[in-house]
Design a protein around this ligand. Sequence first.
Ligand code: TPP
Ligand code: MG
Length: 404
Amino acid sequence: MAHDYVMDLTALSASLRTLPPSQPLRLIDENGLRTDAEASAGFPLPSTEILLGLYRKMVIARRFDLQVTALTRQGRLATYPSALGQEACEIAAVAALDADDWLFPTYRDSIALLTRGVAPEHILASFRGDWHSGYDNYEHRIAPQATPLATQALHAVGLATASKLKRDKTVALTFLGDGATSEGDAHEAFNFAAVWQAPVVFVVQNNQFAISVPLDKQMHCQMIADKAVGYGMPGYFVDGNDVAAMYAIVTHAVQNARSGAGPTLIEGLTYRIEAHTNSDDPTRYRASSEVEEWKGRDPIARLEKYLLSEGALSDSERSDIDAAAEKLAAATRECMTREAEIDPLELFDHLYATPRPALAEQRQALADELTAHADAELSEAALSASATPAAAQAQAPAQTGAHS
Ligand SMILES: Cc1ncc(C[n+]2csc(CCOP(=O)(O)OP(=O)(O)O)c2C)c(N)n1
Ligand SMILES: [Mg+2]
């Protein structure tokens, strides 16, 4: 019996996963060359027009990411989790969605938001500590960037299930980190998605670290994609630095979800080039030679090589993209020099549909304190204006004029 069971599982695994073990599915290799039918598992290469569009989005996203990291180092933002090196996963996933689909991102996925049209100022409001989520979630159909790991995966399954019940064809896509897949919430999300055949796509960005913990210290399986078998959904192990492969597989998964074929788990194998956040020192837990090795597998350089070899990326196209990236970087710098208008009383909003009496009292107490503080500041300002050298200075131009 045990033997039968093993046979069944192997057959199920083979039917759900079309890939040879350990070999990520790839359409363009590290040298920018098109792969053969075996490596691509028969997935077609996206058109040159689509690839050029993805290239443009990746270059712009990277410029944004570098700019925000620099601003964070200058102290303009409290924190920023960079996605440097992960552009292929981020941009391909978002590009595969329709405007009506929903995205459930994590703290790592700011460039996905950017690519979906959220303004830098609105993306960065939470990282500056101004608001919990600075964009209109309904307008962009993007849930708040989740910091509690894997919680957003459950929300994605919930929305997808509602979509199925309402028969409205909306697909939900959620990003997860490799570490997040070890959370209970991830397992519950995978399980319910499969049981309910929810139209949801799980894109796991395996950047090989959960802060300082490398993958092999937090899971014993060979591939995260293999976990899909246990839930009864297809799993794909994809080269996460090959934007063509990521786009092809996510598009396939989104189409499947929309047509009623249920969820898919996609593992994009990539690497986190930057620190976990600006408060992390990665030199304490990984060798710089490993980082350099992965820099050599850069997703943008790879696609650029392919496009150049196809004669599909002209000098003028490249300078146009660079100009757009610089314009965005300048706009990002500019908006981060502006002070945000913050109302401290918002602290009490969105907690209860009907505020509880104790909370209403606290709100009133803070309102009174703010008014008292503002009054005190006003009278202090009036006092110093009439009694300090500033008042005398107000006369200065006339005196200067008289003497000159
Ligand atoms: C439920 C929960 N537990 C712990 C943390 C602390 N924490 C923040 S990021 C992180 C590592 C996550 O790694 P991974 O899922 O691989 O995502 P990455 O940061 O690499 O994108 C941890 C443990 C958290 N945010 N939420
Ligand atoms: Mg990770």
